[in-house]
Ligand binder design. Structure first.
Ligand code: AMP
Length: 541
């Protein structure tokens, strides 16, 4: 027997239809690449997303085709999210901070058909275009007045003209809720970036959950400035939840400096904002130096890397702003756990409360968590035992996009996050280490393996290991340990010169040390954990 309720597929375009119907006049404010602030509302976003879908269909985009974006947070990017998903295609948000070759790799791997790009990225895309094998149309997300006089990209299209040429007489695709809606690549693992293909259903469930009081508490009265980029883990799903509830959105465009963020927070009456710790450090400095306050802001969501205790304390004690420390991954859409208060926590003592807030929070309903030892045995939730953090739930990845190795889950459906964590009796999880061999700098990944591979191509290098060490501003920065070949003379500067054309500038190690040997594990791998312990106290600043 089945229940006798309506079958109403959970589809992303329903969000934007609802937004236009229920709170069409609620504002969307964007700093723009062209300069100046743009204002529109949810009804405009729907109208323009329908016409974008119509235009893309005319360009030949079909269901499940990938349409890539290389764009900052802004109203056009928001329209693209809804228009592309509404057409039944997949919005592939490309991270512009990746090294150019990696961008080409993921665009080709995703087989992107169309690329929508902000003006900022035109020089990059002009350089990349010859390598992009599947892209047949490039659309510059601007108006005619800002189109370049000439470009090496033949037939470069103007976004505003595309939209203006459509009449909006277009119906959203009728889809299965498990159809794909969005694609995001993560380099948070070894090897090439991997694509996480979100479904309409997973996106909707995640959006619903983010609105809950004990999650992000997004509602009609919220004014949200998501500093987290729409190209990295869906801006933590905030745009979808905002459409669901009628929250006002404020977008920073290409601007991330503290004075701009502060101006937007004050002028637009922002109540909630979200970003990686690096950005908040700059904001706290700015507030300290200027003596200014934060207007109506009441919640700061910090995630992507561990929120330092002093940061949580400063926001709460000095500015009266609640800090919500969150943990998640591209693979988890991304919300996994969040540090909202627990009725049974009994943290009367402010120091104990702060200690708890330094943890990465408790799992959100819909994300189950467990920690395991190296044999897969369950470890106790006593807040002391640290093990591999495994998770499962309806918005957690199953299989990476076009993976040749099958499902990423074990037989019981658990996904190993690569994080090492403790879980206490109330379910508060704390990341204590990382098993995956990567470094997170300013919220973005540096692959230590990729750096090692590059440097091992140097004629004078016999062995290499790269580890991440804590850094006060960037959370982590790379330290490179090298073994010289016998008799070879090479200095750190030579290595930096060698690496510079091969990796993104911000990947270059902060320090290079020459050593005689590197420690190995029982299985013959370089023992990164031992190295991290050995160099723990080293200060980059
Ligand atoms: P990404 O897929 O780029 O969003 O990165 C996900 C990874 O970032 C996680 O597996 C963690 O290693 C790290 N991460 C995310 N949030 C936090 C946090 N609050 N504290 C510590 N590490 C975090």
């Amino acid at each position: 027997m089945l229940g006798r309720m309506q079958d109403w597929p959970l589809l992303v375009p329903r969000l934007i239809d609802h937004a236009a119907r229920a709170h069409g006049a609620r504002e969307i404010v964007s700093e723009t690449v062209e300069g100046g602030i743009h204002r529109c509302n949810w009804a405009d976003i729907r109208d323009r997303s329908v016409r974008l879908a119509q235009a893309l269909a005319r360009l030949g985009v079909k269901e499940s085709d990938r349409v890539a974006t290389l764009a900052w947070n802004g109203y056009r990017h928001l329209e693209a999210w809804f228009g592309i998903a509404g057409l039944g295609a997949v919005v592939h948000t490309v991270n512009p901070r990746l090294f150019a070759d990696q961008i080409a790799y993921i665009a080709n791997h995703a087989e992107d058909q169309v690329l929508l790009l902000d003006l900022t990225f035109l020089p990059l895309v002009e350089q990349l275009a010859p390598k992009l094998s599947s892209v047949s149309h490039y659309v510059l997300m601007t108006d005619r007045a800002h189109m370049p006089v000439s470009s090496s990209i033949a037939g470069l299209l103007c976004y505003e003209e595309l939209i203006a040429s459509e009449d909006g007489d277009f119906a959203w695709a009728s889809l299965d809720e498990n159809a794909p809606a969005a694609l995001c690549y993560t380099s948070g693992t070894t090897g090439n970036p991997k694509g996480v293909l979100y479904s309409h259903r997973s996106t909707m469930l995640h959006a619903w959950c983010a609105c809950m009081a004990d999650t992000l508490a997004i509602g009609s009265l919220s004014v949200i400035l998501p500093v987290v980029p729409m190209y990295h883990a869906n801006a933590w799903g905030i745009p979808y939840s905002a459409a669901m509830t009628g929250a006002k959105l404020v977008f920073t465009g290409p601007l991330f400096d503290a004075p701009t963020l502060h101006r937007l927070i004050i002028d637009e009456y922002v109540t909630m904002t979200a970003a990686v710790p690096t950005l908040w450090l700059a904001m706290l400095d700015f507030l300290e130096n200027s003596g200014l306050g934060l207007g109506r802001l009441d919640t700061v969501v910090i995630g992507g890397a561990a929120a330092p205790r002093m940061m949580i304390d400063a926001f709460q004690r000095k500015y009266g702003i609640r800090v919500n420390h969150a943990w998640g991954m591209t693979e988890t859409s991304p919300l996994g756990s969040i540090g909202t208060p627990h009725a049974l926590a009994n943290d009367q003592d402010p120091e104990a409360r702060l200690d708890r807030q330094c943890k990465q929070g408790r799992s959100i309903f819909g994300v189950e968590m467990k920690i395991t030892d190296e044999n897969g045995g369950i470890m106790p939730h006593d807040g002391c035992a640290a093990g591999n953090l495994n998770i499962r739930g309806p918005w957690v990845v199953d299989t990476y996009f076009n993976s040749t190795t099958g499902s990423a889950l074990d037989e019981e459906g658990w996904f190993d996050t690569g994080d090492i964590a403790t879980i206490d009796a109330l379910g508060f999880m704390q990341i204590t280490d990382r098993a995956k061999d990567v470094i997170k700098s300013g919220g973005e990944w540096i692959s230590s393996i990729a750096l090692e591979n590059e440097v091992l191509a140097h004629w004078a290098i016999a062995g290499a290991a790269v580890i991440g060490l804590p850094h006060p501003q960037w959370d982590e920065r790379p330290l490179m340990l090298l073994i010289r070949k016998l008799g070879a003379e090479v200095a750190a500067e030579d290595i930096l010169d060698f690496l510079e054309p091969r990796v993104a500038r911000w990947w270059l190690p902060d320090e290079i040390l020459f050593v005689d040997a590197l420690p190995h594990t029982a299985t013959g791998k370089i023992n990164k954990r031992a190295l991290r312990e050995q160099y723990q106290g080293r200060n980059f600043a």
